[in-house]
Write a protein that binds this ligand. Sequence first.
Ligand SMILES: [Zn+2]
Length: 161
Amino acid sequence: MSEHATTPAGETTPLRRDGNAHYYNQIDPPATHFIEQTVAVHLRLSDDGTRWIVDGPSVDGHPLDSTYRDLSATNSECACSQPKECARLRDHADNLPLPTGAELLTMLADALDAPAELITAEQASSWAGRALTADELDRLSEAIPHSSIPDAIDTIAASWD
Ligand SMILES: [Zn+2]
């Protein structure tokens, strides 16, 4: 995967880890169209009243709801000069399912260029030989820095030089 996108003017802009430009460029638009959609993440006050938490309907496994009045994707801010092609792509985008809460989590991590999770819960459970609970995974996260694992990683990374 290339780390840079090339604009029609030949300039390069850094790419996010998910392979996309960070922003659509209105002044020097790339060869792609600017098709937009939004999703609502419903929050509620935590049971102890101290903070906002994501409410159940936003993590129930169903696609999140659009916040647009007509629920449809829009190309109103695309700076292209191919309205027919632009409308066709917008209509195609409207057939794509909106992300679920879990899918949005991955999308946000990609957009934030957050580092990949080093060990997944599934991998840790596989190594432990049984499904680990959320509490056990928390304990594991706290124990790893005080274990022999940092030394093992140092040895592995040193062998790459
Ligand atoms: Zn367009």
